[in-house]
Design a protein around this ligand. Structure first.
Ligand code: A2R
Length: 307
């Protein structure tokens, strides 16, 4: 059986299917020249030294849509196909973005604490919150997930703006300048890929343009937002609220963010439901098994689509 290197965790369902076709290696005791396939995830990826050492590697199958932890251009140069799991998680990540936005607007955490602490009975009704209806929402990265977020916002009667590298054929207002879009919106939702081209593009200027009544939602990668500038803006009131699923040094989350009352923080659970993770696991394995069968894959990343 061909040799598969497993990096990071996989589900029992994935293991069962992979074990039937591969010898799975999880520890450092493997013959690097024998490994033909790798299964990994968006966080761990495959580091450059490891990629270089696996001289017969053919496929890196990633469990997740983001693949910034793999140098896909370098993989393509080496003839290695990188695959990921697009589309099957669009709705779930969009739901997470909405969950964060609604939690910020309606102060779900504050009001939950208000009930649990007994404050409701002791002091009477909780302070009013802001309505999430009729807001102007700027989507940074109107791709597969960004579009799902726009769709899910329809019942809230949102006006949608977007910024991406290229203008799309959609009924929303395009901005070629992110700061200008931040100035014009109430909520900025980040859903670009990570990596060098988006590193800290949500900087101090963007956060200040979003402003004291503005809300930042990040369901993309921690690297997209300048976290130090974000903390300063939230502390000073230059930015109103932030709902974050991802962090620069996750799973470490700066104490300053954890101490702020105007944040909602999630442990990178954008796609983390039983149903969606099962679909992602299936596609991760399907890519590997199809490659064994006929040398093709289902969902190569764009950099490897020609291989
Ligand atoms: O390349 P474009 O113009 O289609 O725009 C893409 C946009 N994007 C950027 N926008 C501004 N500045 C950049 N440097 C930049 N690079 C990319 O992000 C596109 O509108 C969007 C990405 O869409 P998709 O490729 O369809 O990705 P998907 O499936 O929506 O997932 C996005 C990310 C993943 O990479 C994970 O990091 C995260 O969501 O879970």
């Amino acid at each position: 059986m061909p040799d598969l290197l497993q990096i990071g965790g996989i589900t029992d369902a994935m293991r069962e299917r992979l074990e039937a076709e591969f010898t799975i290696h999880q520890t450092k005791r493997y013959d690097a020249d024998k490994i033909t396939h790798v299964v990994t995830n968006g966080h761990d990826g495959v580091n450059p030294n490891l990629m270089a050492s696996l001289t017969n590697l053919q496929v890196i199958s990633g469990y997740g849509v983001g693949y910034d932890a793999v140098d896909a251009d370098e993989a393509a140069r080496r003839g290695i196909i990188v695959t990921h799991t697009p589309n099957v998680l669009n709705e779930e990540v969009a739901t997470t973005a909405l969950l964060l936005m609604l939690s910020c607007y309606r102060e779900v955490l504050r009001d939950d604490a208000y009930v649990r602490s007994g404050a409701w009975e002791a002091k009477g009704g909780a302070p009013l919150t802001r309505s999430a209806d009729n807001q102007t929402v700027g989507i940074l990265g109107l791709g597969r997930i960004g579009q799902a977020i726009a769709d899910k916002l329809a019942p809230w009667n949102a006006k949608i703006l977007y910024h991406s590298r290229t203008e799309k054929d959609v009924p929303y207002t395009y901005y070629d300048n992110l700061t200008a879009m931040a100035f014009d919106c109430d909520v900025l939702i980040c859903i670009t890929p990570g990596g060098p081209s988006t590193n800290k593009i949500v900087n101090r200027d963007v956060l200040e343009a979003l402003g004291p009544q503005g809300t930042l939602i990040n369901v993309s990668r921690g690297s997209v937002v300048d976290e130090a500038a974000l903390i300063e803006a939230l502390q000073s009131g230059a930015l109103g609220w932030a709902g974050l699923d991802v962090f620069e040094g996750e799973p470490h989350v700066p104490q300053a963010l954890r101490d702020l009352p105007n944040t909602v923080l999630l442990p990178h659970v954008g796609s983390a439901t039983i149903e969606t993770r099962a679909a992602m696991g299936d596609l991760t394995v399907d890519n590997l098994l199809q490659h064994l069968k006929d040398g093709t894959v289902i969902s190569a990343v764009p950099e490897c689509a020609h291989l």
